[in-house]
Design a protein around this ligand. Structure first.
Ligand code: ZN
Length: 288
């Protein structure tokens, strides 16, 4: 993947359907025109790429995404793999690790996807099918070199995820442990970073879980400790009600509101550029 100038949001969904399992129609994202309008706005504000982490069992629709990419001019990086229980399709959950890996490898080699993720664990619990997905992700990574991006449920099991991948020979800098901002626990973030992996502060704007001021404070501390080059940012929009059209903050909240909060708090411009441009280029295959 060529390095891009401009910002990359590293954990988003644009076509997603968790609504059947969750019993909540709000968790179905299929709003082409509304999403397109937001992406055009993002493009004008310097966001040139988005990592779309929706995979099989979450409502992934690669044709829909390709049309959105074409119409918006924003580069959309696609993902492969399986999410977490209860979203791993039953037929997949009973497959061998090798068969799961073969599906991911096929997606990656054919160019349908470039990243493995978001693969996840449950809250404080790593279920057998989720472990199989991680084992398959290791095989797919070794076969292709593709980055792996994860979902932690409320930041739980983050260190276990990172350890699992690194111990099995996954290149640490090709790993992003996701949703590390949700726990609000800087020590937990530092423990994960000590393994050499990257962390996602990727639920920005979800202030019902954690105030953004707390995210800013943690990021400033990571900057102070010289670790900001292993942090990526995003919002993880998963609901219709989070789109602008339906009264939400929208995908541009990160650039419109959160980045100014970082500047207000005297984060260095180079650090902002690192998280939003240089580190995404490094992980997604571009030159630093
Ligand atoms: Zn997630």
């Amino acid at each position: 993947m060529e390095p891009l100038s401009g910002f990359t949001m590293m954990h988003e969904h644009m076509h997603l359907d968790l609504s059947v399992v969750k019993g909540d129609p709000d968790t179905c994202l299929d709003c082409f025109e509304q999403t397109l309008a937001e992406l055009k706005d993002l493009r004008a504000k310097g966001v040139t790429r988005i990592l779309e982490v929706t995979n099989v069992g979450m409502g992934r629709d690669l044709d829909w995404i390709a049309r959105l990419e074409q119409a918006s001019g924003v580069r959309i990086v696609r993902s492969t793999g399986f999410y977490k229980e209860p979203f791993i399709p039953a037929i997949e959950a009973t497959q061998s690790v090798e068969a799961m890996a073969a599906m991911m490898i096929d997606d990656l080699r054919s160019g349908r996807a470039e990243v493995i993720g978001e693969i996840g664990t449950s809250k404080n619990e790593w279920r057998p099918s989720e472990r199989h997905v991680f084992e398959a992700a290791v095989l797919a990574h070794k076969a292709t070199g593709a980055p792996i991006t994860t979902h932690t449920t409320l930041s739980t099991l983050a260190l276990e995820q990172a350890g699992f991948l690194v111990e099995r020979g996954v290149e640490p800098d090709r790993v992003i442990i996701g949703h590390m901002d949700l726990g609000g626990d800087l020590d937990a973030v530092l423990d994960v970073l000590a393994l050499g992996v990257n962390v996602g502060f990727d639920t920005i704007g979800k202030t019902n879980y954690l105030p953004d001021e707390r995210r800013v404070a943690m990021l400033l501390e990571l900057e102070r400790k010289g670790l900001i080059d292993h942090v990526v940012l995003s919002q993880d929009i998963t609901r219709k009600s989070q789109l602008k059209e339906f009264g939400g903050k929208g995908y541009a909240y990160l650039v419109d509101t959160f980045v100014p909060m970082l500047r207000q708090a005297h984060m260095k411009e180079a650090s902002i550029q690192q998280m939003l441009e240089k580190t995404p280029n490094r992980i997604l295959g571009g030159k630093p």
